[in-house]
Design a protein around this ligand. Sequence first.
Ligand code: HAM
Length: 422
Amino acid sequence: MSKSIQAVRGMNDLLPDVVARWQRIEAAARTALAAYGYREIRLPLVEKTELFARSIGSLTDIVEKEMYTFEDRNGESLTLRPEGTAGCVRAGIENGLLHNQVQRLWYTGPMFRHERPQKGRYRQFHQIGVEAFGIDTPDVDAELILLCARLWRELGLNGLTLEINTLGTPEARAVYRTELVRYLESRQAELDEDSQRRLHKNPLRVLDSKNPAMQGVIAGAPALMDYLDDTSRQHFDALRGYLDAAGIPYKVNPRLVRGLDYYTRAVFEWTTDRLGAQSAVCAGGRYDGLVGLLGGQPTPAVGFAVGLERLAELLALDAGNTTDTQAAQAYLAVLDESVRPQALRLAETLRDQGLRVEFNCGSGGLKAQLKRADRSGARFALLLGPDEAARASVSVKDLRHGAEQATVSQAALGDYLKQRLA
Ligand code: HAM
């Protein structure tokens, strides 16, 4: 026998049991997004490499070492999207969705980053991304955060922490950058290898280092907050005011810098201490310069993305809170070949009434069929043999609560099952 082929490292199968949890998240997100007037957009998985280099930034980890980039048969450099914002902006410009209008959009699907896989960090992972275009004022930043909070509530997730920061305008950040580099140079001997590399290329990312040995250096660094321009400060203060008024707790984290270059002004992250090192479940912020940078009319924008693997793992920790909406509610066992046509018809009638029914296709004695019924996860086994067929009834066995077997007329069966399932 030849050796079986394995999945690509860091790219996972999502098996049916896990998918139930994902569907619950997706359904809750769809409802929440619609409640705020966000509309779905579907975008290609592959874009021109230049789109990401220009928007995410050529000196970021993502663009420098994590992209799945390849030449297609025409020799054009293409990349599997490492995130969704760049493609969403590209599509918005290309289809005339952004100029002089407000657009609230969302998307979902797989993203690809060649990171070192570990728990909560994968090479193919999934996001729900949400983007608001054409609004300059911080009420929309607050709206996006309220949307997240609503989703966590809807999913029964407590204990997520909101951290916010402001990165200022690019001009204010440039002044700060000079000061930061001066400071880091003065302590160069204490910098680890990663920080040495980032010192001149992307010094703000030094502040993001998780290395415990670097924390002393980081604590002594000048704070971006002290270099802020007035408009960014006002924007940030107003956002804080809205969050206070809405009763959303948050921490201001001056070290929150984000790993993508397009951000300006307010940024935020929702984190958890229940997933180990990969603690960010959702992250985003403003990117007022990106539409212009990609060739559109300057348009303010703000958004975030939720990491679905991390959210699903978080949900799994509170086991028992997800009902599987794919699993059958009833399993129809056929006790004699002569009744199979009637049984098929009965299953259809029950489905017409909105019930999920798994039919015992193929053969099998009563014992084997009951075993399959149990494995299907269904609450009820419905037994149809010649006796039942003659009386237009069904024997109903509750597989989960060990109650007596009941005989129910086929005409009343749908209502009977729905009542028992309620
Ligand atoms: P990001 O912080 O790179 O932002 O990713 C957002 C979220 O995606 C993270 O907080 C995390 O939950 C999840 N995530 C990222 N990388 C991985 C991975 N390798 N494995 C599993 N989950 C991961 C963005 O992507 C921006 N486009 C967000 C945004 C939208 N900003 C404005 N609009």
